[in-house]
Design a protein around this ligand. Structure first.
Ligand code: ADP
Length: 248
């Protein structure tokens, strides 16, 4: 409990810091979004144009970072609805299409069409996109990206919805696993290190848990355990498989 409290306090002060920072950053970056256009209008020199493009790209990326930091920090509860897994997976698959190299095979599987969770659609979609994009980036040589939604039974929480995102990528060593959910921890040159921590915030906000298993050189598997939407939870259905290792 003490550790949880410390984590919450750390996040709280981090949130304050980040809110101020992203606000200032947006203002500082403003010229970078306008000036490149002015330069392009006034010059025919291809070298100058290229530099203008570089500045514009930096401005765009910086702006995006500031935005994502702000929305992460706001963390306000968004309106929720019953989000069906079939619809969600279809949308995620469509959005991923342009980001998936030919060497990565996407496998989508919804065990029961009625599977749903009470959540904000956009937020939950963002969680899956984050996890999938990480998975794709972890498979530079290709492999299978599996997205599975199924029932799972937890001895404490009862019937749950399990969403699994599994890749056959580079995997993670123990040191990386330890720091995975630390804000700003990234091993990528263009990473923000905010993807997984915001995934966890959203999942925990829904009363769920996120857990990870990874083997270096073999791949990584993220499990989201979420409360089943009410109508399904009342439905006995088939006896679901037990979750190996409990709630992780
Ligand atoms: P970012 O993607 O911006 O680096 P994240 O919080 O999403 O931030 O991820 C933090 C780090 O965790 C990544 O830089 C990467 O090292 C590691 N990671 C996340 N997902 C995977 C994965 N599926 N396979 C291997 N490493 C991963």
């Amino acid at each position: 409990v003490e550790e949880e409290l410390m984590r919450a306090q750390r996040l709280e002060s981090l949130a304050l810091l980040a809110a101020g920072l992203s606000h200032d950053l947006r203002n500082i970056l403003q010229p970078l979004l306008i000036v490149p256009d002015l330069i392009r209008d006034r010059s025919d020199d291809p070298k100058v144009i290229r530099l203008a493009d570089v500045i514009a790209e930096c401005g765009r990326r910086g702006h995006e970072m500031a935005e994502s930091m702000l929305s992460f920090v706001r963390g306000s509860r968004q309106p929720s609805e019953s989000v069906g897994m079939s619809r969600l997976f279809q949308a995620v698959g469509m959005l991923l299409k342009s980001n998936i190299p030919a060497s990565v095979e996407l496998h989508l599987e919804v065990a029961d069409e009625r599977l749903a969770v009470e959540a904000n659609y956009t937020e939950l979609q963002q969680v899956l996109l984050n996890l999938c994009l990480n998975a794709i980036q972890a498979m530079p040589n290709g492999g299978q990206l599996r997205l599975v939604a199924e029932r799972a039974f937890d001895p404490v929480a009862g019937e749950q919805l399990c969403i699994r995102v599994q890749d056959q990528g580079v995997g993670m060593d123990e040191a990386t696993l330890q720091r995975l959910f630390t804000p700003f921890f990234t091993t990528k040159s263009t990473g923000t290190g905010l993807g997984l921590i915001s995934c966890r915030r959203i999942v925990e906000g829904l009363g769920g848990v996120i857990s990870v298993q990874s083997v270096p050189g073999q791949g990584t598997c993220f499990d989201l355990l979420l409360p089943l939407s009410a109508e399904l939870a009342a439905d006995d259905g088939e006896r679901p498989a037990a979750i190996p290792g409990g709630r992780g």
